[in-house]
Design a binder for this molecule. Structure first.
Ligand code: DC
Length: 686
């Protein structure tokens, strides 16, 4: 997950390849509860890892279910309708999908088997109404106390005497989750008689009730539905574990990748695995809307393949009431359509994570679009001229995910060739609500011209603090990181290990050519693996630095390592440190920094580093070594260590590493947007 303050997404030119999407939240929590109530063991695959599923798992564990989790698979041994714990206090965070059904289930269990349960959450949860559910359960004889404010959690469930002769009534016009809670829990007490639930008021969010009914059927409970007003749980219904069950991928999360395929899937489709057209989730009907705009979509039971169909996209006028969440994606697709797109009947956008109509209008206008907003509609006309924009995301995961699609702007019908625009997503971590790895997944399928990917270069002499500075910047910006010195060190290490004479240029060059090919090389943070063996410590030793310096003066060695270095230029950007990053390898870098510090200062830093790691060290020797190495690096014939003409100089002798990184980050932020004007003049979809 990106935890940076902002994420700059460079202009994107294509999309293709396979993605696996995270599991649906609605399905995950329903399945967990059903498995927890069933007899026997259920293996749940592809479970969503999120805050809301975590609290449900914790609650089930507290209630005595046996849980065994490995990655996204959890094995649950359920209660089989009998309480294993008579008293428990459950903390349910802000998960409505845990609070509502657990209230119903525990109220019924405590009324029939005794026991006392308290259910609470974060302060926001205590502002979310539950009165309609409490009012449906109390007439059945459940004792429920709202210990704070009447009609809101926290709740205390303490026994009662069940009487199921009266009809069970619940309101359906505030939230469908109350009906879902009753449907999920009432089979606990349907042995002696059939149970009828009557819905009062117009039932909202019917697709979510369909998910509930569908999953109940998977657990052996076949509810009879009479219109949307009456639901009958047949007598003798019992939860029967299906043994194994797969959680479908989230259909709302799928919408962003369906859109990416429709915009940019030209050479190769975007293939989504984990959800298909036969999905039980309401938002899957986004497919119809995307098709109406031009997407070409093929589907199977558990997959979708999307590519660009008609282009530019077709503007649509559409009632989106049935797909409120996924419809936000259409508003951004509208930037790529000919004409004005109108999305109607979306009043619910106003009461979601933020006022989504207002937020969408404000941010689309930043990009240059013309937007008309009404109480329950939005109209979007694509920009006549796209503008660089820093997108505010309002702590709303869907705003962040939608606006990532604006990065495909070079493909837009009205885009000016050679003027791709940069999209900044503020607070990208908000995607954690439903899709923590959204941006990583996007960068897996998105393609672009490497010249459009921004680079920051940090060059300088040994022990100047380049590595620390570069890796800090990479972390702060969410960029890739290249420690080019390590490639020379690795080459030198293999040369020493194989007993090759460092003056045998041909033999050393042959080794350099094998790095990353026959000799596998893997980086993970600051750790380095060479042919499967971790060599990080070996590489850090002074002798490895000296050897690297020696062999790096061989022109053919430098040449052999060029492609390997260029390959680090990946989405969404790169910070590269070394000696010739700004002069030779990435001459088009958006920011070049030349870092210096006095030789005494650098020697002391190196000395302290070695001592702290438990090595013995001698300051005078280190100082002498550094001078030898600097001289060699500066005076060699090819790619000598020197600042690029357009480099910014930073002497950090008297600066802390924090001050250095803040300074350079400030330069980078001031220089936004970083679009390489020499790149992308001849933009064609990849
Ligand atoms: O940055 P470092 O100390 O890990 O680099 C080790 C040696 O590799 C350095 O003395 C010179 C060489 N090098 C180079 O020639 N070009 C680079 N881009 C990086 C390192």
């Amino acid at each position: 997950m990106y935890t940076t303050d902002f994420l700059d997404i460079p202009p994107l030119l294509g999309a293709g390849g396979t993605v696996r999407l995270p599991g649906s939240k609605s399905i995950s929590n329903r399945v967990l509860l059903l498995a927890g109530l069933s007899e026997g063991t259920t293996v749940v695959h592809d479970l969503l890892a999120s805050d809301d599923t975590r609290v449900m798992l914790d609650a089930l564990r507290t209630l005595g279910c046996a849980l065994d989790q490995t990655d996204d698979t959890v094995r649950i041994t359920g209660l089989g309708g009998t309480l294993a714990v008579q008293n428990a206090s459950l903390f349910l965070g802000n998960a409505g999908t845990a609070m509502r059904p657990l209230t119903a289930a525990l109220a019924l269990l405590s009324a029939t088997q005794g026991g006392t349960f308290t259910l609470s959450g974060v302060p926001r949860m205590h502002e979310r109404p539950i009165g309609d559910l409490v009012n449906a359960l109390r007439p059945l004889g459940c004792h429920i106390e709202c210990t704070g404010q009447e009609g809101y959690p926290p709740l205390r469930l303490a026994g009662g005497t069940l009487n199921l002769s009266a009809p069970i009534r619940v309101r359906g016009d505030v939230s469908s989750q109350f009906l879902t809670a009753l449907l999920l829990a009432l089979p606990l007490v349907s042995q002696p008689q059939a149970l009828t639930i009557e819905v009062e008021g117009e039932l909202i969010s019917k697709p979510y009730i369909e998910i509930t009914l569908n999953l109940l059927a998977r657990f052996g409970i076949h509810v009879e539905r009479h219109g949307w007003e009456r639901f009958v749980i047949p007598q003798g219904s019992r939860y029967q574990s299906p043994g194994e069950i797969h959680v479908e991928a989230d259909a709302s999360s799928a919408s962003y990748f369906i859109a990416a395929g429709a915009l940019a899937g030209t050479r190769q489709p975007v293939r989504l695995e984990g959800v298909g057209a036969a999905s039980i989730q309401g938002d899957i009907r986004f497919i119809e809307a995307a098709r109406a705009m031009g997407a070409q979509i093929n589907s199977g039971p558990n997959w979708l393949e999307v590519r660009r169909g008609s282009w530019p996209l077709t503007a649509v006028d559409m009632d989106c009431n049935h797909i409120p969440d996924a419809a936000m994606t259409l508003a951004v697709m509208a930037l790529y359509a000919q004409g004005t797109t109108r999305l109607r009947n979306i009043a619910s956008w106003r009461v979601k994570e933020t006022d989504r109509i207002a937020a969408m209008a404000t941010e689309l206008r930043k990009l240059g679009a013309s937007v008309v907003e009404g109480e329950d509609f939005i109209e979007v006309t694509p920009p006549a001229q796209w503008q660089h924009a820093s997108i505010h995301t309002y702590d709303d995961h869907r705003m962040a995910m939608c606006f990532a699609l604006a990065a495909f702007n070079p493909l837009a019908p009205m885009a000016v060739p050679g003027r791709p625009i940069s999209v900044r997503i503020e607070d990208p971590r908000c995607v954690g609500k439903t899709f923590p790895d959204f941006f990583e997944t996007l960068f897996q399928v998105a393609q672009t011209d490497p010249a459009l990917i921004p680079v920051i270069t940090i060059d300088g002499p040994t022990a100047s603090g380049k590595g620390t500075l570069a890796s800090t910047l990479a972390t702060r910006l969410g960029y890739q990181f290249l420690d080019s010195g390590s490639l020379y060190r690795v080459t030198g290490l293999v040369v020493s290990q194989r007993g090759i004479d460092p003056d045998d240029h041909a033999a050393v060059t042959a080794v350099a050519r094998q790095i990353g090919q026959e000799i596998s090389l893997r980086f993970d943070g600051h750790k380095v693996w060479l042919d499967g063996l971790e060599v990080s410590e070996h590489l850090r030793q002074e002798s490895a630095g000296q050897m690297a310096s020696r062999i790096s003066a061989i022109p053919t060695v430098r040449q052999a390592l060029v492609d390997l270095q260029l390959n680090f230029r990946g989405l969404p950007g790169l910070v590269a440190d070394g000696r010739d990053m700004g002069t030779v390898i990435f001459p088009d870098a958006g920011l070049k920094v030349f870092l210096t510090a006095t030789v005494q200062e650098r020697a002391e830093r190196r000395y302290n580093q070695l001592i702290s790691k438990g090595f013995s060290a001698n300051l005078a020797e280190i100082c002498a070594d550094l001078e030898v190495r600097d001289l060699r690096d500066r005076t060699r014939a090819v790619s000598p260590l020197q600042p690029a003409q357009d480099a910014r100089m930073l002497d950090n002798s008297a600066l802390t590493s924090e001050r250095s990184s803040e300074t350079v980050l400030g330069w980078w932020v001031d220089g936004w947007p970083h679009v390489n004007v020499n790149a992308g003049t001849d933009v064609k979809p990849i």
